[in-house]
Write a protein that binds this ligand. Structure first.
Ligand SMILES: [Zn+2]
Length: 383
C-alpha cells in the first residue's frame, strides 16, 4: 500500500465561529483583500468582524464563475490597494477566485503561464496567506489546492494548481448557509455528495480518504433532505458543511471520476452551474460504472464499494448498489434539478463533450475505463 495525504490548512469548524474569529483576522496580516461573490452584502458578517477589530480591507466582488481575466483584475486591484493577504468568502467561485488571486500576488508573470493545458503549467513559487470562508456546503474549495478558472476564448475550464494554494485557514461556519434557498442547497449539496462518492470508488482511493468519505456520505444520507425542508435545521446544516469539507479533502488526496470528468468540459462549453451538472449526471454515472464493472475489469472492489455507499445513504446495511442509485435519482428528482438539456446541451454536442471528457484528469481516476459509447450513453440518459 502506498499513499500520500496532505493538508496544511488549519480548519476551524462550528456554528457561530465567524463571530469569534477576531484574533484570527488580526493575526493573519495587515490589510486583506476580501473576495466575495456577486452579492457583497452576504459578506457583511465578515466586514463587521473586520471593522470591530480595526482591520481595514478592500473588497473585490466576482460575479459568476471566475475567469482568467478576473484573476488579473483582482491581483492588480490588490497591489494598488496595498493588500498583503486575502480572505475569500462565498461559494466555490469566490473561494477559487480568492485562492488564485492570493497565489498570483506572490508570483511574477501572467496567470496563463501557470495554467494547465492552455498555458505553460509553470510552478508557483508561493502564495499570499488565504483565509477561506464558505457560505455554501458544496465545493470543499476551502481545503483544496486548486482553483478552477474559465477561459471563454478556449471554451474550457482549467485549474491553477499547486501545493502552495492550500488555504492557510478554512473557517467553516454552518450558520452562513442557513439562508441559502432550497435550489442552491440542493445543487451544492449534490456536488458535495458527488465529491464523496467519486473519491471513495476511484482508482486512487486510500485508507485516509476512505474514512473521510464514509463519514461524509453517512452524514449526507442522514441530513440532506432535512436541509431542503428546513434551511435552519442546525444539525442538518452542520452535517452538510462537514460533508462538503470532507469532500474537498477527499478529492484533493484521491481524485474524482466520470461525473467530474464531464463537469469540466460541460462547464467550459455552457453556462451551467457546476453543482447542477454534477447532480444531473451522478445517478447515471453510478449506474453505467456498475454495469461496466460487472465485466470484471477496473477496480476490483468498486462494486462492493457502491453497495456500501447504498447502505450509508439509505441507512439499511443490507442495501446493494441499485438502492443507492435509486436514492440519488429520487433525491435529484425531488429537488427538481434540471436535466442537461435545460442548459442548452443537445444530442449533436455529445461527441464533442465525450472527446474532451475522455482526457479530463478526473476521468482518469474513474474506477473503470468507460468506452466512448458508454460515455455517450451517460449523457443521453442525463439529457
Ligand atoms: Zn464538484
Amino acid at each position: 500500500m502506498q499513499f500520500e495525504f496532505a493538508t496544511s490548512t488549519r480548519i476551524i469548524f462550528g456554528a457561530g465561529k465567524l463571530r469569534e474569529a477576531g484574533s484570527v483576522v488580526k493575526a493573519a496580516g495587515k490589510r486583506p483583500l476580501v473576495v466575495t461573490g456577486k452579492n457583497v452584502q452576504r459578506a457583511e458578517p465578515l466586514l463587521k468582524l473586520l471593522r470591530e477589530n480595526n482591520v481595514e480591507c478592500s473588497t473585490f466582488s466576482v460575479s459568476g464563475e471566475p475567469k482568467i481575466q478576473t484573476i488579473r483584475d483582482g491581483v492588480d486591484f490588490a497591489r494598488r490597494e496595498d493588500c498583503d493577504w486575502v480572505i475569500g468568502m462565498g461559494g466555490g467561485s469566490a473561494l477559487d477566485a480568492g485562492k488564485a488571486i492570493a497565489a498570483m500576488m506572490q508570483n511574477e508573470g501572467d496567470v496563463l503561464d501557470f495554467l494547465e493545458i492552455i498555458g505553460q503549467g509553470k510552478a508557483l513559487k508561493g502564495s499570499a496567506r488565504f483565509l477561506a470562508i464558505p457560505t455554501t456546503a458544496g465545493t470543499g474549495s476551502e481545503v483544496t489546492r486548486n482553483a478552477v478558472l474559465a477561459s471563454p476564448e478556449h471554451k474550457l475550464k482549467v485549474s491553477l494548481r499547486s501545493a502552495h494554494m492550500l488555504p492557510s485557514i478554512a473557517l467553516v461556519d454552518p450558520e452562513l448557509t442557513y439562508d441559502l434557498p432550497p435550489n442552491v442547497t440542493a445543487s451544492t449539496g449534490l456536488d458535495a455528495l458527488t465529491q464523496l462518492i467519486e473519491p471513495y470508488v476511484c482508482l486512487r482511493a486510500n485508507p485516509m480518504t476512505d474514512v473521510i468519505c464514509v463519514e461524509g456520505i453517512r452524514r449526507v444520507g442522514r441530513s440532506f433532505r432535512m436541509t431542503i425542508e428546513n434551511g435552519r435545521d442546525q444539525e442538518g446544516r452542520s452535517n452538510m458543511s462537514v460533508a462538503s469539507l470532507f469532500g474537498g479533502m477527499a478529492l484533493a488526496n484521491a481524485g474524482l471520476g466520470a461525473v467530474h470528468g464531464f463537469a469540466g468540459p460541460i462547464g467550459g462549453m455552457y453556462s451551467a452551474p457546476h453543482g447542477e451538472i454534477c447532480a444531473a449526471l451522478l445517478a447515471d454515472v453510478m449506474e453505467i460504472n456498475m454495469r461496466a464493472l460487472r465485466g470484471c475489469a477496473g477496480r476490483s472492489d468498486a462494486s462492493k464499494r457502491y453497495d456500501y455507499v447504498a447502505g450509508l445513504l439509505t441507512g439499511n446495511d443490507q442495501a446493494t448498489a441499485g438502492a443507492g442509485i435509486e436514492w440519488v435519482r429520487q433525491l435529484v428528482s425531488d429537488c427538481k434539478i434540471p436535466r442537461l438539456s435545460a442548459h442548452g446541451i443537445k444530442s449533436e454536442d455529445i461527441p464533442e463533450i465525450v472527446k474532451h471528457a475522455k482526457n479530463a484528469s478526473s476521468m482518469k481516476a474513474n474506477p473503470i475505463v468507460l468506452t466512448d459509447e458508454e460515455l455517450a450513453e451517460i449523457l443521453r440518459r442525463a439529457m
